[in-house]
Design a protein around this ligand. Structure first.
Ligand SMILES: Nc1ncnc2c1ncn2[C@@H]1O[C@H](COP(=O)(O)OP(=O)(O)O)[C@@H](O)[C@H]1O
Ligand SMILES: [Mg+2]
Length: 365
């Protein structure tokens, strides 16, 4: 079977996506698959590289080693794909093939590219259109989590129109519901882009203006002092969770630079938490996944306070997936290695696709 591995993309996590792609290329079970790498440039062009069978994967291991050594700054040079050809996304329509998109952020993780695969009638790894869109949107996902009875920090959603029309009213709403510090986030971005912490009204104003440069909706959240614990989720109907892991921060705010540039973070797996908290986190993770109709994979991120109070922060439907990322490492510590994880994700994609064919049958006849 053929795997179309799609990576790169226009998002801020372009380089991370390349690392993920190289990790997958290295670990795919080549007895069953061949990989066609599809690289999306930062401009959004789709380029198909040469088909990778077992032997070629060494070249990619080398690329991975290089990129790891240079942390995440390594990006495929144009020369790397000198043999690649520009394609139209619709050319990926093929029988006996599965799409494995490892794209993060807008246009990758938000349901848009998933919609393309649906229209093409191709199986693809990960969440569907609805779950991707809901998981990406910090306001919608909070509303769904609220409905599912999941604990969250208090928040205030703001629309650009309301801010422009009456900033005083917005301040009143925020300050009436929340206390400083507050976190201000664009509704639809990831990787901490456009997010800031505000400790005064002045800073709140700047933070909202900044976030509104990225989206027409922003969310202002109660800032809390808490550990960040994450749980990996795998499955469609039968949902499995991993042991929780902790992002141990050397900084107070895990922003883009801390995350990707300075590596100011250590992963503690399993997280040092009580059995009771672990059980609760894993149960919440499943409920959050179901609340957005997740499938395939997700990583549920929590805040845990010093008196063991739990808050769901967000659900990432396409979590970082390099060999050094939390998601695969959580599974490794739960007894599933990287190669088996990739295989399981492909099987889940095919299963979901085949089930959807059954649903369609009555209309076809
Ligand atoms: N309400 C909050 N209180 C304290 N820290 C927060 C809060 N919200 C976000 N943060 C910090 O900002 C980081 C990024 O926020 P997050 O909501 O996870 O956005 P992203 O989708 O960009 O990962 C978190 O990992 C955490 O370090
Ligand atoms: Mg996050």
């Amino acid at each position: 079977m053929k795997i179309f591995l799609i990576y790169g993309g226009k998002s801020a996590e372009h380089d991370i996506s390349l690392l993920t792609a190289f990790s997958i290329i290295k670990e795919v079970y080549y007895d069953y698959y061949e990989v066609e790498p599809i690289y999306i440039t930062k401009e959004g062009d789709w380029i198909k590289g040469e088909t990778i069978k077992q032997a070629d994967s060494l070249r990619f291991s080398e690329a991975l080693r290089l990129s790891a050594a240079k942390e995440v700054h390594f990006a495929i040079e144009e020369g790397e794909f000198s043999t690649g050809i520009a394609i139209n996304p619709s050319e990926l329509k093929e029988k006996d093939a599965v799409i494995f998109p490892v794209l993060h952020g807008p246009n990758g993780e938000d349901g848009t590219v998933q919609g393309l695969f649906e229209v093409m009638g191709m199986p693809y790894v990960g969440a569907g259109v609805l779950a991707s869109a809901c998981g990406m949107d910090k306001i919608i996902s909070k509303q769904l989590f609220q409905q599912a009875g999941l604990p969250q920090v208090p928040y205030v959603p703001i629309r650009k129109g309301d801010w422009i029309a009456n900033p005083e009213e917005v301040f009143k709403k925020c300050e009436g519901t929340l206390i400083y510090p507050m976190y201000v986030k664009p509704a639809n971005l990831g990787s901490s882009v456009g997010i800031s912490k505000a400790v005064t009204r002045e800073e709140l104003k700047t933070a909202i203006d900044l976030a509104l440069q990225y989206d027409r909706r922003v969310v202002v959240e109660q800032g809390i002092e808490a550990r960040e614990i994450e749980v990996a989720i795998l499955g469609n109907d039968d949902i499995h969770t991993s042991v929780p892991g902790e992002l141990v921060k050397e900084v107070d705010f895990y922003d883009f630079d801390a995350k990707y540039i300075n590596n100011e973070v250590t992963l503690q797996i399993p997280a040092l938490i009580s059995e009771k908290v672990e059980k609760q986190l894993r149960e919440y993770a499943v409920r959050a996944f179901q609340a957005i109709d997740g499938s395939g994979l997700s990583r549920c991120d929590f805040f845990l306070t010093s008196n063991d109070e739990i808050f769901v922060n967000e659900l990432n439907t396409m979590p970082g997936f390099t060999q050094f990322s939390m998601y695969p490492l959580l599974w490794k510590n739960t007894g599933l290695n990287y190669g088996d994880l990739v295989e399981e994700l492909i099987q889940l994609a095919l299963k979901r696709f085949n089930e959807s064919l059954v649903f369609e049958q009555p209309h076809k006849e």
